[in-house]
Design a protein around this ligand. Structure first.
Ligand SMILES: *Cc1c(COP(=O)(O)O)cnc(C)c1O
Length: 458
């Protein structure tokens, strides 16, 4: 194409009105919610970048597929269609559908992970970590050092540190490592991709030690696109060919269809080992449902099958990754510090660097997230000491390593002018950064406090 502008590769077919709460209404909403953006009603938000999970827009083809969903309790045609799509893409012969990603994690880890085990990963997503720890095992993050520093530029900041993986296996012993995992893209590390070369190296280590390799494959298509754009020798392959190779290097995967399934709900475990699959199905029947629907309606299985086909479309992926980079560039060129380079699904603003006058004990990323809402009705999420800070026995707190505000971009949902608006809000908040103060927590739950804590300005 001779033109530089990358356009949304869709036209709008059905629309949903956006609410426009006034500044006074936003102020009231903040106070009612105790300055916690999770406590807002969605209609109090103008642009909602809380998460890209389950918030994307489905296509006309997905809605049409839902109409032909087969709601049979056992042996639904929609299950066999999804199984077909998944096995063609991943090569995995066994499919265990679940209502979302964390149910897939709970079922797989209940079967495969025991007390005292260690599971290495580039970076565990929070539900993955929690489900491993729930089994009494340790979730160990082994991302490369570049992946831990927001400002460092590296094409594959999600890569596993292979030397540390080998050290970990030597230290722990193979009988206490039930599997190695790699998260593509690395959500908790900023949505950063993993290279094919790195996946091949991890596979070789797993082969040498006889360990299974599982992908946390939530954003497999975004990862495949980054490989095509950044990895030497990959530029002429289709995203589908690259995704197939990624899966071919693994023995199985967990998946949340709320991400690159472009569905509003759903997930699965897919794998090659029929014995583990049988154990997973036994648990599935106990808590999720019969193995051919696993907690989903037949129409959901159809939406996921169609979504997994659409997500590999080159025009879609070019637009998707470009629209995230577009917002990141607006921040970067105005001097607002972000995790570099931009990841696939979100822009992460470095609140510690933007607001150095607010100490971690006063939650700079929470303060910034509140300000984006107050100024422009934009809802992001704090990924910092509110989410990951450790409360010590004496009541003091060990802060998180980073203080980030994540602005996650729902798939196919907002247009370029929406993103221009978000950029304007960020820049206006950044311009008056000295006026922004910190917060203290006045109420909190014993775990996962970020969802329900209440705050007060200091
Ligand atoms: C969202 C996500 C999960 C969990 O999936 P849910 O559908 O939210 O339960 C697991 N891993 C990663 C990397 C994710 O982004």
């Amino acid at each position: 194409m001779p033109y530089r502008t990358i356009i949304e590769p869709f036209r709008i077919h059905s629309v949903q009105a956006i609410a426009f709460p006034t500044p006074a209404e936003r102020e009231d909403a903040l106070r009612r919610a105790g300055f916690n953006l999770f406590g807002l009603q969605a209609d109090e938000v103008i642009i909602d970048l809380l998460t890209d999970s389950g918030t994307g827009s489905m296509s006309d083809r997905q809605w049409a597929a839902m109409m032909v969903g087969d709601e049979s309790y056992a042996g639904s045609r929609s299950f066999y269609r999804l199984q077909d799509v998944v096995s063609k893409l991943t090569g995995f012969s066994e499919l265990v559908p679940t209502h979302q990603g964390r149910a897939a994690e709970r079922i797989l880890f209940s079967v495969a992970v025991s007390d005292g085990d260690v599971v290495p990963n580039n970076t565990h997503f929070d539900t993955t970590r929690a489900n491993i720890e729930y089994q009494g095992a340790e979730a160990r993050d082994l991302v490369i050092p570049e992946g831990r520093v927001p400002a460092t530029e590296h094409p594959f900041k999600g890569n596993m540190d292979v030397a540390r993986l080998i050290e970990t296996i030597e230290e722990i012993g193979t009988d206490r490592i039930p599997m190695v995992m790699v998260t593509v893209t690395n959500n908790s590390g900023g949505g950063q991709p993993v290279s094919l070369e790195n996946l091949r190296e991890v596979r070789a280590v797993c082969d040498e030690y006889g360990l299974p390799l599982f992908l946390d494959a939530c954003r497999f298509a975004e990862n495949a696109w980054f490989i095509r754009m950044r990895e030497p020798g990959q530029e002429d392959r289709t995203p589908e060919e690259i995704a197939r190779e990624m899966f071919s290097l693994a023995d199985g995967c967990t998946f949340s269809a709320k991400k690159d399934g472009i569905a509003n709900i759903g997930g699965f475990v897919a794998l090659n080992d029929p014995e583990i699959a049988a154990l997973c199905r036994n648990l599935l029947i106990l808590t999720e449902g019969f193995p051919t629907y696993g907690g989903l309606a037949g129409r959901d299985l159809e939406a996921i099958a169609t979504g997994m086909e659409e997500v590999l479309d080159e025009e879609y992926l070019r637009y998707r990754i470009r629209s995230t980079a577009y917002l990141a560039e607006k921040c970067h060129s105005a001097g607002v510090p972000t995790v570099r380079p931009p990841g696939g699904h979100a822009v992460y603003i470095d609140a510690a660097a933007l607001l150095p006058h607010i100490p971690p004990s006063q939650y700079p990323a929470q303060a910034l997230a509140v300000e984006l809402y107050r100024d422009g009705g934009v809802r992001g999420v704090e990924i910092g000491s509110v989410m990951f800070g450790m409360v010590n026995e004496d009541g003091s707190e060990t802060p998180s390593a980073m203080e980030l505000v994540r602005l996650a971009i729902p798939r196919r949902t907002y247009t370029q002018s929406h993103i221009d608006y978000v950029g304007e809000v960020i820049l206006s908040v950044a311009e008056r950064k000295e006026s922004i103060g910190g917060y203290r927590i006045v109420e909190q739950a014993p775990w996962l406090r970020h969802f329900t804590a209440r705050f007060e300005p200091v």
